[in-house]
Ligand binder design. Sequence first.
Ligand code: SF4
Ligand code: SF4
Length: 344
Amino acid sequence: MRYVKLGKTGLEVSEVGFGGIPIIRLSVEEAVAVLRRALERGVTLFDTANLYMDSEDKFGVALKGERQRVVVATKSIKRDRAGVEADIHQSLTKMNTDYLDLFQFHQVSQEDDLAAITGPDGALEGVARAREAGKIRHIGVTSHSLTMAVRLVKTGLFGTIQFPFNFVEEGAATEFFPLAREQNLGILAMKPFCGGLVDKAAVAFAYLRQFPEVIPLPGWDTVAGVDEVADLYERENVVTEEDRAEWVRYREELGDKFCRRCEYCQPCPQGVKITPAMLYGIVAHRMGPEQAARFAAPIMETVKECIECGECVERCPYGLPIPETLQYHLKLFEEHCRAAGKDT
Ligand code: SF4
Ligand code: SF4
């Protein structure tokens, strides 16, 4: 494992980090075992979010006694000062620490989000105060929209940017990485396994390691999974013809049905939360059905309001069959609710 500087934050981090979603579906003991294995294998960057249910609590248990040698990152979806201050307090408590190395504004994919964050009494004020008080060291941002990512980098407000990047979602490499590098931002890549759609680590990381300035954040849920990726980082990256053929095969297979979370389809006139609902199946795969049904209930309820007007389909740059896909995910959600013994 090599260690690199995370852009202008100056934080020294392992060249691959730990993403905190999949441990949600593990027991505390299992999650701690996976997190500690990552530490043993040299991973020092641990990224989670206030939104990821008990992920921060599990980080807190696993990283106890290791605070000095790890870089802890989390995120808040709140856009107002009071909301973000409450989230910071909660993250510090759950993770059993006095400070967060990196605090990120979560999923800033719409212009309105940025306006609220930077406006009067917005979340940026709360985060700036927390930084002055020593509770936060650096401020970052995450997004799923290329247009917004470029915009966010240009604001000069952030030390890092986190964006989906893998061999299927390659847009960032040309669209905003050059700009982010120019401004010396730390670049974090979420979804290295295409959001759980790809299970071949060697194929996924052969692609990612061509971009050494980008730190991937795989979400692991097994010790073996940690070892598989850590072993790859023990040797030089060699991209084989087989890897390239696999990239092409996956791109062709996923191309017409893979939601990139770009959010160009929104807003929906009926209030349907299209993007997270389109991803329900992936979330259920990563969190486990019961947890996902609980987590996604407020989102999936909005799908019932869809009147199949087709406005979102016209706006989706990938031409995805959104209304049908939403109904598919709604059925899946309802099955999971029934299995968990809950009414929908
Ligand atoms: S088709 Fe459904 S989800 Fe799409 S814009 Fe119309 S009501 Fe909203
Ligand atoms: S449905 Fe289409 S427009 Fe909406 S987030 Fe997914 S890929 Fe983007």
